[in-house]
Design a protein around this ligand. Structure first.
Ligand code: DGJ
Length: 716
């Protein structure tokens, strides 16, 4: 059974893990255990001792051995003597800090959607209500249990039955560990270099990632791993938290004075001070958690399989994605309708499925300095209507996609001239421009409505199969015209989700690809609405290897918008073989980002082969179990593989990222195959799975740079 309640002890079981908590003798909700599946609750892990400088909550009277400063808690709060990072910090109407939360009740339910927020679908759930009877505040902790994929979700709802309070801080998930020897793995970067893994030993202090930029950010991803110092890809314990949210966040690991650890994730407390009136409630978004005792590959597989099954929306869960060509690196702003139609004809020759018209088709947009906010077609530039262009493309047997950036506005636009107050800026103060644009205040419904009306005017009348939803700057100058500014950053994200929801409800088949100057908002929140996200504005194949590697720890490979671009690459100037570019882009939702009309017949023929191969392998790439075999940040070769769940088939990719003379062969150790079995590649070579795992597959080093290998194995 997934949820077991034994008196005041609550156990959540998945196929391979147990999560256990207890409402103790004083009614505080204590965290007992999260890890490999167990038969009984390990009560003896809780050690009571007089901790001298740590305080004792009022209700424990003279018991000096009971301190919340030392005990492992489920939902630590500010106000009863725990000085570690709290999950909840409130102020009452008089401005006083603190609360005192005790167990009140629980119930087992079918997991319900979170109003206005993305969350994993389905599953059973346990709700535990804590209460502070002095300020009349209920806190409902919801735990979703996904047995088959070893995932547990957590979210929090605060219901205020008392006088107005203000939430100064609220986190969705907290994990306390009474002991450990941990590393934390976070994912950091910048524009065009997102999600590079960083592994560091956790010593005393707080180690964390965060965003206060309004979006989850290029700089830090809302995802983190805590693992034993010894954990590898294939062995050892590891825990992960992934925030199902796309705005300001923090994720943190803290080692305390008693050498205990706290891992937590939630809304960022900067720019956040959220009033909750009498009888109002507030929901803190969901965190997905998982645990593996078999290392990091299994940890990632839990997340991949779970997100594909329970987070990605219908009808895209298991659906084959269109292979597209995007006009951005093919033409930038310099195109007419004829340019796009010619691109479509070349796409047809190459057997692609879809043409995407990127930035530049609306208002008077000839550069990135104008027209955001004016979502009407520039027919003069296109030399006709968008509907006609779409029809011509569909007549070729292709689908048609369109770029939009709904959340932003240029000062040089009709929308801004009419409604300057729609843009986020502090009245009377100088503001921040970025890419010469401003962010629209999506925390206001009328602003979201105005953009919605413009978008549906197009989508209702033009045959559009896909949109690329971009967002090219961060929020600064936090302010909202109609509310407390402490509410703005959270309400803004709800506004984004609202517009996405409305579009999906109106056009259920519409495929939306997320984008944020590349991968600046690549998070589980966006994946709920947008089954794929443009991984990065960096399309250089070798740089992409590292970005794909980092992203693979947290997110399913099918969610990576991944394209072959031209050489020399537009971001790095690097020249890589077309075969290598194709192999690397195949680990994702595949496409092209170059002017196909300029290619030679040989190159087009090679692309046709790539497209054929991708169609053949897409089910394995999208649904197989993903294994990282090397680390491209350190190793000379980047190797990874997809193994079908029944282990009948595998697809291995390996690409040289550096070249050194005298290396005769690379030996790539292949994990995930069925031990004791033989596998055969498409050229008839036979391999023993045990040897592949213990010694490796030899890949010959030949002359040339950035050579890439692709090996398809089937079980004999
Ligand atoms: C940033 C995106 O990541 C690019 O792919 C492209 O769509 C540009 N914006 C267009 O302005």
């Amino acid at each position: 059974m997934a949820i077991i309640i034994d008196g005041n002890t609550f156990t959540l079981n998945t196929n391979n893990t147990s999560y256990i908590m207890q409402a103790d003798q004083y009614g505080y909700l204590i965290h007992l255990y999260y890890g490999e599946k167990v038969q009984s609750a390990p009560y003896n892990l809780i050690v009571y001792a007089d901790r001298a400088a740590s305080g004792n909550p009022y209700d424990v009277k003279l018991d000096r051995t009971y301190s919340l400063d030392a005990l492992p808690q489920e939902f630590p709060f500010d106000g009863m003597g725990d000085y570690r990072h709290p999950s909840l910090r409130v102020r009452d109407e008089e401005g006083n800090y603190g609360c005192d939360l005790h167990y009140k009740s629980h119930r087992v339910i079918k997991k319900e959607p979170l109003k206005g927020l993305p969350a994993m679908r389905g599953g059973d759930a346990l709700e535990i209500t804590l209460t502070d009877d002095q300020i009349d505040l209920d806190v409902i902790l919801t735990y979703g249990v996904y047995e088959d994929v070893d995932l547990i979700t957590r979210s929090v709802k605060v219901v205020n039955h008392g006088k107005k309070i203000t939430l100064e801080e609220i986190s969705s998930a907290n994990l306390d560990f009474v002991t450990g020897n941990f590393d934390v793995i976070t994912f950091a970067g910048r524009h065009a270099n997102e999600r590079q893994p960083i592994r560091q030993y956790v010593d005393h202090g707080r180690y964390g990632v965060y965003s206060t930029r309004g979006a989850s950010s290029h700089q830090y991803n809302p995802f983190m791993i805590l693992c034993d110092h010894e954990t590898t890809e294939y062995s050892g314990q590891a825990y992960a938290m992934s925030f199902v949210y796309s705005g300001n966040f923090y994720g943190e690991v803290e080692k305390d004075q008693f050498d205990q650890f706290r891992m937590s994730m939630g809304l960022h407390y900067e720019y956040f001070s959220y009033p909750v009136e009498h009888d109002e409630s507030f929901v803190a978004p969901e965190v997905i958690m998982t645990y593996s005792h078999e290392g990091l590959s299994v940890l990632s597989q839990n997340l991949h399989q779970g997100m594909k099954k329970y987070l990605i929306r219908d009808p895209y869960q298991g659906k084959i994605r269109p292979i597209l060509v995007n006009s951005w690196e093919a033409a930038y702003f310099d195109f007419t309708g004829e340019t796009i139609l010619n691109l479509a004809k070349a796409a047809k020759e190459c057997d692609l499925d879809m043409v995407v018209l990127d930035d530049g088709w609306f208002g008077k947009r000839e550069s990135d300095n104008m027209s955001l906010g004016d979502w009407y077609v520039n027919e003069e530039k296109l030399g006709g209507s968008l509907a006609d262009l779409s029809k011509s493309i569909h007549d070729l047997g292709l689908k048609f996609g369109l770029w939009v950036e709904p959340e932003c506005v240029n000062e040089d636009s009709d929308l801004y001239r009419k409604h300057p107050d729609y843009a986020i800026k502090v009245p009377g103060r100088r503001f921040v421009r970025s890419r010469n644009q401003l962010v629209l205040d999506f925390s206001r419904k009328e602003v979201v409505d105005a953009i919605y009306e413009q978008l549906i005017e197009i989508l209702d009348h033009v045959d559009i199969d896909y949109i690329k939803w971009d967002f090219n700057r961060c929020i600064a100058n936090v302010y909202s015209d109609d509310k407390d500014s402490g509410k703005m950053t959270y309400d803004y994200v709800l506004g984004v989700y609202d517009l996405l929801t409305r579009l999906i409800e109106r056009y259920p088949e519409l495929l939306i690809e997320g984008c944020c100057g590349g991968g600046g908002r690549f998070d589980a929140g966006m994946l709920y609405y947008t089954p794929q996200i443009w991984l990065s504005d960096n399309t250089d194949a070798i740089d992409r290897e590292r970005i794909q590697y980092g992203s693979s720890f947290a997110y399913p490979i099918s969610t990576f918008g991944s394209h072959v671009s031209a050489v020399p690459n537009h971001q790095t100037g690097r020249v890589t073989p077309l075969n290598t570019r194709g192999n690397i882009a195949m680990s994702g939702s595949f496409g092209y980002e170059l002017d196909l009309t300029k290619l030679s017949d040989e190159e087009k023929a090679e692309i046709r082969e790539q497209v054929k191969d991708y169609r053949k392998y897409q089910p394995l790439i999208h649904h197989g179990l993903y294994y990282r075999y090397t680390n491209p940040l350190k190793d000379m070769i980047d190797a990874y593989g997809f193994v079908s769940e029944d282990k009948e088939e595998a697809l291995i990719f390996a690409t040289e990222t550096r070249k050194i003379a005298g290396v005769q062969a690379y030996f790539v150790r292949i994990h995930g195959l069925e031990k004791g079995c033989l596998y055969q590649d498409d050229e008839g070579h036979v391999y023993d799975a045990n040897v592949l795992e213990s010694v490796g597959m030899p890949l010959r080093n030949t002359l040339g740079e950035y050579i890439s290998f692709r090996i398809h194995l089937t079980k004999k």
